[in-house]
Design a protein around this ligand. Structure first.
Ligand code: HEC
Ligand code: HEC
Ligand code: HEC
Ligand code: HEC
Ligand code: HEC
Length: 396
């Protein structure tokens, strides 16, 4: 019965950033399939499609953990905070003390805020009508205003896109520069910086970004290729040929993307074995989101027989305001930032085992470091799976 009561959620009663209701005809990707099925399919495999509370174990358990540890804030308030970037079509964009009072007494069930977090409008996470309904990006706002707080929406039923001459019988279209000549602006709406509940900035991709000759989309949506934007046939009986990109948004969750993402070189130096990681990309790695990890594993051999291994983990560790280890979203401090900077390199020295005549070095990536995995009790094997970046061998 709960959803029936929730239908009453009016978009006029919202607080915070301006929310605009999405009409039934456009609200989920299923509505776009008739003409854009190839794009819908690609997007479904992306992690933008998994950004809702129900679909990403790491996200869900972080929210639950923050709500448990952060006194004075309810689960729904945290969900609404995180929704700014993870579910920006949410109809309520902030909560107040009055709401917290109701929530603490369990009397919030039928409030706009509680209904907004359960609405099926946001079930798909970052879907088509997130990116393609953005009208304006407010670049002059303070850099802490992100996601829904940084954009103005189109009227429901108008799609912003890269073409200035597109026509569709299903929706209106409008060309936008951030879909075409300057797409980094769109990505930076969310992939810029993020701040913990303690006000600590634990990720700062926008300021660490070193713009080269490529846009984010060149690497994460692939190059423009000939194809069709819509499969609908025109008056001549043919779909319109276009230059298009992939909507797979491949990234850290895609093992093949990690192959050769860093260049590894080995050298015998005075202090031992020197392993150098070179980052040819315009942003640090690991980077972006908090507790990612790069592992360097060094195996020593003598006449082909293994003698032992040494492992070094490159990851950021986070401390809460009492100095105890915590998750990025509750951090008061980052203990150490070990990521390899954009277009930069870092070297690490390993003491060589006595008698070894060969080393084999494997550099790999994990989505979540062991500390945070244990803290949150993450179960899905993807969080601990190692994606190989490069393997190298050196005779000593
Ligand atoms: C400023 C926009 C923004 C806000 C607000 C935000 N996030 Fe994120 N979050 C991102 C982006 C962008 C990524 C992907 C970055 C990456 O993978 O490096 C991400 C990724 C994550 C991930 C990793 C997911 C995975 O599958 O690996 C977790 C966990 C997460 N966020 C938790 C939260 C929580 C909890 C909150 C609220 C307390 C929150 N985020 C608020 C932008 C945001
Ligand atoms: C994270 C943002 C984002 C999401 C989510 C997204 N798109 Fe796009 N879309 C883009 C960008 C950026 C372009 C421009 C790509 C280019 O340079 O051609 C684009 C281009 C397009 C085009 C024009 C063809 C092309 O490749 O240029 C169509 C049609 C389209 N998107 C439909 C969809 C549909 C349908 C969905 C949902 C299944 C969707 N998009 C989800 C960002 C997004
Ligand atoms: C009945 C067919 C049909 C449906 C359904 C449909 N579209 Fe389209 N769409 C088109 C056509 C046709 C074009 C123009 C293609 C071209 O000119 O190459 C288009 C173009 C677009 C563009 C590019 C606009 C531009 O100016 O660059 C976007 C973005 C888009 N659609 C998004 C969506 C989304 C999101 C949905 C689902 C909510 C959707 N479409 C549903 C037919 C459709
Ligand atoms: C509305 C906010 C928002 C916008 C706009 C946005 N993203 Fe994201 N993106 C996210 C969030 C949140 C995640 C993490 C989702 C998760 O892991 O659950 C993410 C994840 C990703 C990932 C990581 C996938 C992985 O496997 O780790 C890539 C790559 C990515 N986005 C690229 C882009 C690009 C390129 C653009 C610009 C065209 C863009 N995003 C625009 C919020 C956004
Ligand atoms: C020259 C290619 C290139 C460009 C341009 C680029 N990236 Fe990446 N990015 C990579 C590679 C390679 C990786 C590592 C493998 C992976 O995660 O896909 C990566 C990783 C990421 C990750 C995951 C980081 C981590 O350590 O977990 C995010 C998020 C991301 N990129 C977002 C962006 C955004 C946003 C932009 C634009 C501001 C951008 N990228 C521009 C190549 C690029």
């Amino acid at each position: 019965m709960r959803w029936l009561l929730c239908v009453a959620v009016a978009v006029f009663t919202l607080q915070g950033a301006q929310a605009v209701a999405v009409g039934e005809k456009y609200k989920d990707s299923g509505k776009c399939k008739a003409c854009h099925s190839h794009i819908v399919k690609e997007w479904e495999s992306s992690w933008h499609a998994a950004s809702h509370y129900a679909n990403d174990e790491y996200f869900r358990k972080t929210i639950d953990y923050v709500a448990r540890k952060q006194s004075g804030k309810s689960l729904n308030s945290i969900k609404i905070e995180c929704a700014a970037c993870h579910n920006p079509r949410i109809s309520v964009t902030s909560t107040n003390a009055e709401y917290e009072a109701l929530a603490s007494l369990n009397l919030d069930r039928n409030t706009d805020a509680a209904c907004a977090t359960q609405s099926d409008t946001i079930a798909e996470g970052i879907n088509c009508v997130v990116c393609h309904n953005i009208d304006r990006i407010h670049d002059t706002l303070p850099d802490t205003k992100r996601g829904v707080h940084r954009v103005g929406w189109m009227k429901s039923g108008t799609m912003s896109g890269p073409y200035s001459d597109a026509k569709s019988p299903y929706h209106r279209v409008e060309h936008r520069d951030f879909m075409d000549r300057n797409p980094d602006r769109l990505c930076f709406v969310c992939h810029a910086n993020d701040t913990s509940e303690e006000g600590h900035r634990f990720t700062d991709m926008e300021s660490e970004y070193k713009k080269g000759d490529k846009f984010c989309v060149d690497c994460h949506m692939g190059p423009r290729k000939e194809g069709v934007a819509a499969t609908l046939r025109d008056a001549q009986g043919k779909p319109h040929k276009r230059q298009i990109r992939s909507h797979g948004f491949i990234g850290a969750h895609t093992e093949t993307m990690w192959k050769d993402a860093l260049a590894v070189s080995l050298k015998r130096a005075s202090g031992g074995l020197e392993v150098t990681l070179n980052n040819p990309n315009p942003h640090p790695l690991p980077g972006g989101f908090g507790a990612r990890e790069i592992l360097i594993e060094v195996a020593y051999f003598r006449k082909g027989t293994g003698m032992g291994t040494q492992t070094r983990s490159l990851t950021s560790r986070f401390l809460n305001k009492r100095g105890k280890p915590t998750v990025p979203h509750l951090a008061a401090k980052t203990l150490e930032n070990v990521s390899v900077p954009a277009y930069g390199s870092k070297s690490f020295t390993f003491g060589i085992l006595k008698g070894a005549d060969q080393v084999a070095v494997s550099v790999s990536y994990r989505l979540v470091n062991e500390e945070v995995r244990k803290m949150l009790g993450l179960k899905d094997p993807i969080w601990s799976r190692k994606a190989v970046i490069q393997k190298k061998v050196l005779k000593l």
